[in-house]
Design a protein around this ligand. Structure first.
Ligand code: NAG
Ligand code: NAG
Ligand code: NAG
Ligand code: NAG
Length: 459
């Protein structure tokens, strides 16, 4: 009786658990705990009556020994019952194993459910993105439809212009047909022209042959021209050479016919050619007072005697490298040709140098005694000492042209334009008489007289 009761109770419990597990997945853990509780309770309930029974039997044994045999019987029965309990226990263990299996199944279902849920979430997000795309596409669709409207408008316009073009094409084709007709007439004309051209070609060939002959002759002419040109060039160079020669010659002539030192731009001896005398040497000076001066008298400490007769003074004497006098006749002839200026260079005994200038220097002819003319005075020396001799004749020891009773040329051992002797005498012997003297006497150790055309230097 008790065995059956326990089995049916256990079976019911297991069934109940199974239904609870299948009915509600979410409450698995909760149901597990409950199931365990119930299990413990059922075990207890099944064992408790047995224990009570044992106690009762023990009490009966203690009470009566007679009851020992009964007890042995009861023991055997107990053993049987015990084996029964063991069997029930094994069965119970089997049931528990089954329960574990169900539990695992439930867990598996749970996992499946979770993955299913995840899939559901994924689908949801995908649906959301698709929806967004759809919204975008809708917007695009609206744009496209607007474009489509524009396109339609354009198309209509194009269709209109196309119709116009068609009309134009019709007109053009008419024109083309006209042109084709015109072309045919032109072609006819062209053929005519061609025949004319062929004739012309023949003419041209004739012409060309004529040109060739002409070309040959013209080449000859060209060669001759070249020859002539070469000859011309040669003669030109010759001419240039000749011109140069002529220039040189002219320069020579100029120099040969020089009447002053202007053409000679150096300080050297050159030839002058003066009417009435011809060619003669002069010493030119370009340094003392500029270019173009003729030195007519020079005292530079030489040993030349200036105590000379009329003829010697007339002719000139001394050396151009030292002291000299150019000659009265030459000076007269030179200064007769044009206006000359006189430059007198003076070196005092203490080394100071001075100059005296006269702007219209000349001398009269021999018959008038080579009378002296000076013009205006200027210069670095203060006193105009030459003025004393102006308009006075030249005096030598053998020609006494002075005022005094005696002969100044004899007294002072020198030819000069003595009046009542002198204020200056640049021909005097070296010493106190060689001086420049009006109120302040300057004794000299050197003196030079130079002349140059006045007008020539103005140019
Ligand atoms: C173009 O225009 C002509 C005349 O308006 C019409 O007959 C024709 O159907 C049009 N073509 C199209 C393609 O719309
Ligand atoms: C003349 O002849 C030269 C050389 O033979 C040639 O180069 C040139 O073309 C000719 N000119 C003409 C007009 O024929
Ligand atoms: C003066 O010079 C000349 C030539 O230069 C010379 O022959 C002569 O002896 C010199 N006389 C005196 C006095 O120095
Ligand atoms: C030379 O003497 C003059 C007059 O006595 C004077 O004016 C001048 O300075 C002197 N020159 C020299 C270089 O001494």
């Amino acid at each position: 009786m008790c065995n059956l009761k326990i089995n049916s109770v256990l079976f019911l419990v297991v069934l109940e658990i199974f239904f609870v597990a299948t009915a509600a997945f979410d409450e698995t853990c909760e149901s597990d705990r409950e199931m365990e509780k119930q299990c413990r309770l059922h075990n207890y309930k099944t064992v408790k009556p047995l224990l009570d029974y044992f106690r009762q039997v023990r009490n009966e044994l203690e009470d009566k020994e007679i009851k020992e045999n009964k007890l042995n019987e009861l023991n055997a029965d107990l053993m049987e019952k015990y084996h029964e309990i063991v069997r029930i226990h094994d069965k119970f263990m089997n049931e528990a194993a089954l329960l574990d299996e169900y539990k695992n199944k439930v867990l598996k279902w749970e996992n499946d459910l979770q993955s299913c849920q995840n899939k559901a979430y994924k689908f949801e997000s995908e649906i959301n993105s698709k929806q967004n795309i759809i919204v975008k596409l809708k917007g695009e669709l609206a744009d496209k439809s607007a474009n489509l409207e524009n396109c339609e408008l354009q198309f209509k316009n194009l269709n209109l212009s196309l119709i116009e073009k068609d009309e134009n094409i019709k007109r053009f084709s008419e024109n083309i047909q006209n042109n084709i007709k015109h072309q045919k007439t032109l072609e006819l004309k062209l053929e005519k022209s061609k025949s004319i051209l062929i004739k012309k070609d023949k003419d041209i060939q004739l012409c060309q042959s004529e040109i060739d002959t002409w070309n040959r002759t013209s080449e000859n002419i060209r060669e001759q021209q070249k020859k002539i040109e070469l000859e011309l060039k040669e003669s030109e160079t010759k001419l240039i050479d000749k011109a140069k020669e002529i220039q040189l010659c002219q320069a020579k002539i100029v120099k040969l016919s020089a009447t002053s030192c202007i053409p000679f731009r150096d300080s050297d001896v050159h030839q002058l050619n003066v009417r009435g005398i011809g060619l003669f040497d002069v010493l030119c000076d370009n340094q003392l007072a500029g270019p173009g001066w003729i030195v007519i008298q020079q005292r530079v400490g030489g040993n030349e005697s200036f105590n000379r007769d009329w003829a010697t003074y007339r002719k000139g004497f001394g050396s151009y490298r030292s002291d000299f006098f150019l000659g009265l006749e030459k000076i007269h002839r030179i200064t007769s040709l044009q206006r000359f200026e006189l430059y007198i260079h003076l070196v005092a005994l203490n080394g100071s140098t001075y100059n005296a200038r006269y702007d219209d220097f000349k001398m009269s002819d021999e018959d008038s005694g080579y009378k002296l003319s000076l013009g205006k005075f200027s210069g670095t020396i203060i006193e105009d000492a030459m003025r004393h001799s102006e308009n006075w004749k030249f005096v030598t020891f053998d020609r006494d042209n002075d005022i005094g009773d005696g002969n100044c040329a004899v007294i002072y051992k020198s030819g000069w334009w003595h009046k009542n002797c002198y204020n200056c005498n640049l021909n005097a012997p070296y010493g106190p008489n060689l001086n420049w003297y009006v109120k302040n006497k300057i004794e000299l150790k050197e003196a030079k007289m130079l002349i140059r055309p006045k007008e020539a230097m103005k140019k």
